[in-house]
Design a protein around this ligand. Structure first.
Ligand SMILES: [Zn+2]
Length: 163
């Protein structure tokens, strides 16, 4: 079964770890591509705890996608067990695996947009936890009272890799 791993990288300021509060409940804002005609979708949302019936009673899936151009359908599942919190390496700027998706019948994820994501948190270098507010864009910053220093995440980038 074709799998795609989402890898992320970002610039971090005084952040030790970035994590998702509840990966089952997290909403992934993605664009997908049809394997038959290569048409890309608009943003769609995918969640591990969402269950829809597969066509022809083949069990349940997290997302059924039907291409708006050629009507071919495929499905995508989140693998919550593959999720790994991001440990911030002082070297930084390296892509790190975050989660893996299983894509069936030719449908492929082309991109993930973190803007608007809810339920993302981080741990500062003092160990204090912060909610990472991404409602305004791919940047977030705050002030770590414990360490008396600013804290932030900037320039979030991601890529999808076949695994
Ligand atoms: Zn298509």
């Amino acid at each position: 079964m074709p799998k795609q791993q989402l890898q992320v990288r970002f610039e971090a300021e005084n952040v030790a770890e970035v994590y998702i509060d509840d990966v089952e409940d997290f909403s992934w804002k993605i664009k997908v591509k049809c394997g038959s005609c290569n048409t890309e979708s608009d943003f769609i949302f995918l969640q591990a705890n969402e269950q829809v019936e597969q066509e022809g009673s083949r069990g349940v899936t997290n997302l059924l996608y039907k291409c708006t151009f050629c009507s071919r359908s495929g499905s995508i599942d989140v693998d919550p067990k593959s999720y790994k919190p991001i440990q911030v390496d002082s070297a930084g700027q390296k892509y790190q695996p975050l989660i893996t998706f299983e894509c069936r019948k030719g449908v492929e994820i082309v991109s993930w947009d973190p803007v608007g994501a809810q339920g993302v948190s981080c741990k500062g270098s003092s160990g204090t936890t912060f909610e990472v507010d991404l409602s305004e864009g791919t940047e977030w910053s705050d002030y770590d009272q414990e360490e008396e220093q600013s804290i932030g995440i900037y320039k979030i980038e991601s890529q999808l890799v076949k695994v």
